[in-house]
Design a protein around this ligand. Sequence first.
Ligand SMILES: [Zn+2]
Length: 217
Amino acid sequence: MIEERPTTARGGLKQLTFEDGLVLSAECKEVVAEAISTILDAIGQDPARDGIASTPLRVARMYDELLSGYMTDQVELLNDALFDVEYDEMVVVKDIDFYSMCEHHMLPFYGHASVGYLPNDKVIGLSKIPRLVDMFARRLQVQERMTQQIATFLEELIKPRGVAVVVEASHLCAAMRGVKKQRTRMVTSAMLGAFRDNPSTRGEFMMHIGASSDPLL
Ligand SMILES: [Zn+2]
């Protein structure tokens, strides 16, 4: 016997109150919540059931946080964080944890990013680089584009002699479905300027981050 389910859950959402978030307005959150409710209904779940009655609201709030990278204020992010220096050796910030969402399946991919650059006459405050990674991670992404965006942003910002970004991540869309290669990790890299042109510069960076192979060879 098939249980009778309500054909729409919208009635149930009426009691929920939504507030404007960083990315999603109250109205947008409500649209997201209604869509989640529709999905729950479509996959045979009673949207009014105790355990999931508030799930549409939770998911709407969660997206606001997971996608906050779209709204990161770049001026505020970089506030007073650029310094003129004489230092011209390689700067490397490695193993920056990040969590992102694959835009193909809307499932998480996560791992760590390592960033290096060769300053020209400017350096950026150390704490800003992880925040910059977050700004691009907290969006709907593909790993290749995220890697490139981090590199290009740094290049335009501090006009260094070169930028290197290597990202290693696990994708739940690959781990949980299809081939189920759960431990497979994807590595992407973006090498600009001296890191692209000069194998020994690239090699020095790869050594710093403990990588075993040159991404361009
Ligand atoms: Zn995916």
